[in-house]
Design a protein around this ligand. Structure first.
Ligand code: FAD
Ligand code: UDP
Length: 399
């Protein structure tokens, strides 16, 4: 493997069997698989000065390992994804826990057995919990929008409390919309949990943090003789895509192209910009051992940021006397000015626009789109990895 900055003079695209745009999960998983299963020589073009995409982590000036693009916690139910990624890292046994700050009281989220008792008191909380168990079953995940549909005064009381104190204001901050105005699947990511598991990802069989770091995981994944990574390279400067061919450095390119960036950007937004939410991430280092009791505290009824993450609580890093925290401020993404499009907005008109862009490349047999941006999907790391494994399966099968 080589990682260098910029394209060398005389860079020859035809020396590579595949050119991949983006060194995040989507691009790096495909690169590794094509290199080791097909003996393909692979070039990755990455415009940022680092690998690992949005999972990139680094040591800040205080010496704290932080996540530049938001808190990343690995969790999956997908054994194949877990086996693949576990080739490149050991995992800590970290179990992510989140508390909601509700008017100064910290309540576990997803809202669970313990949350019920904290909010409604021991006896009433237990009674409400038993009602949830008899209605939905033990250890079940119930989306808040589903709970709100139950026609029962006691369940209604729970639903109203959770809706108002956990979801409504946080969702307004995150999406600029109320929960009933957004894709139900988004709310379903954080259900009410009818059980005692107080982890943010209850029942996920694989969860943790890379023992060393995400960046190290990527270094290991990309560490293959046939993979060259070129950082600081904007692919659109060297790649032209029309509906009949892909050219790289001015010449038609016949190898495989895997594109993990945004499709509207590739076409200069000529059909219109795909909407996203972006997040301003504000880091602060404090002269204390610890700032808060868990990895993340969600501010569900107050403040104009959504959540505060304390990285040491997630990585387990021992560093006395200082800690770094980060607040997230969500807002509308402005296209074309270098902002990061963090969250897709899964609404029918946006999906329709995405499909029009996708249609333009559907005739290009050597041009493939994969990843959170290129598929315009709200993927977690495991979902992106699964998608990249599938695409690389297809390419390996047809080589
Ligand atoms: P990316 O990581 O975005 O990688 C795409 C890469 O392509 C980028 O490095 C980009 O610079 C590069 N690129 C794009 N266009 C070009 C171009 N034209 N030229 C050159 N390079 C280009 N998932 C979890 O599983 N757990 C979590 O806790 C979690 N937390 C998250 C928190 C936040 C705030 C966000 C936004 C996401 C979180 N995720 C989490 C999701 C996770 O970040 C993504 O699923 C994953 O990083 C997507 O990988 P990707 O390769 O598709 O995209
Ligand atoms: N959500 C909320 N309150 C919470 C946690 C989540 O309203 O305390 C809603 C919110 O709309 C959020 C969505 O559930 O965008 C998904 O939350 P998740 O934590 O999965 O979001 P991510 O980590 O991807 O930002």
């Amino acid at each position: 493997m080589s990682i260098e900055t910029g394209l060398p003079a005389g860079f020859n695209p035809s020396a590579y069997n595949a050119i991949i745009v983006g060194a995040g999960y989507a691009g790096s998983v495909c690169a590794r698989r094509l290199a080791e299963s097909c003996n393909y020589k692979v070039a990755i073009l990455e415009r940022r000065p680092h690998i690992a995409g949005n999972a990139y982590d680094y040591y800040d000036e205080a010496g704290v390992l932080v996540h530049k693009y938001g808190p990343h916690i690995y969790h999956t139910t997908n054994d194949r994804v877990d086996q693949f990624l576990s080739r490149f890292t050991e995992w800590s046994n970290y179990n992510h826990k989140v508390l909601a700050n509700i008017h100064g009281t910290l309540i576990p989220v997803p809202f669970n057995h313990q949350s019920l008792k904290l909010v409604f008191g021991e006896d009433k909380g237990e009674r409400l919990y038993q009602k949830l168990v008899s209605t939905f079953g033990q250890d079940k995940k119930v989306p808040i929008m589903q709970l709100r549909e139950k026609n029962d005064p006691e369940l209604e009381e729970v639903a109203n409390f959770v809706y108002e104190n956990v979801f409504l204001h946080y969702t307004m901050k995150q999406w600029g919309k109320t929960p009933d105005q957004i894709d139900p699947a988004v709310m379903g990511r954080v259900p009410v949990f009818v059980g005692d598991d107080d982890r943010y990802f209850p029942q996920a069989p694989h969860q943790g943090m890379p023992a060393e770091s995400y960046t190290k995981l990527f270094e290991n994944m990309l560490n293959h003789d046939l993979i060259d990574v070129f950082l600081g390279v904007e692919a659109r400067d060297v790649m032209q895509v029309t509906d009949t061919k892909v050219s790289v450095c001015g010449k038609p390119y016949g190898g495989e192209v895997i594109y993990t960036g945004a499709l509207d950007e590739l076409f200069n937004f000529d059909l219109g910009a795909l909407p996203y939410r972006t997040v301003d991430m504000v880091f602060e280092t404090l002269p204390v051992d610890h700032f808060q009791p868990v990895g993340t505290v969600n501010y569900t009824v107050s403040e104009n940021f959504t959540r505060i993450t304390e990285f040491k609580n997630m990585t387990g890093q021992e560093l006395p006397g200082k800690t770094t925290i980060m607040r997230e401020y969500s807002r509308t993404y402005l296209p074309g000015v270098g902002e990061t499009p963090y969250y897709v907005i899964n609404e029918p008109e946006n999906i329709a626009l995405y499909k029009k862009y996708r249609e333009r490349v559907s005739g290009l047999l050597n041009f493939h789109t994969v990843g959170r941006l290129a598929e315009y999907r709200y993927y977690d790391m495991d979902g992106v990895t699964a998608s990249a494994l599938e695409l690389s399966d297809e390419l390996i099968a047809q080589r």
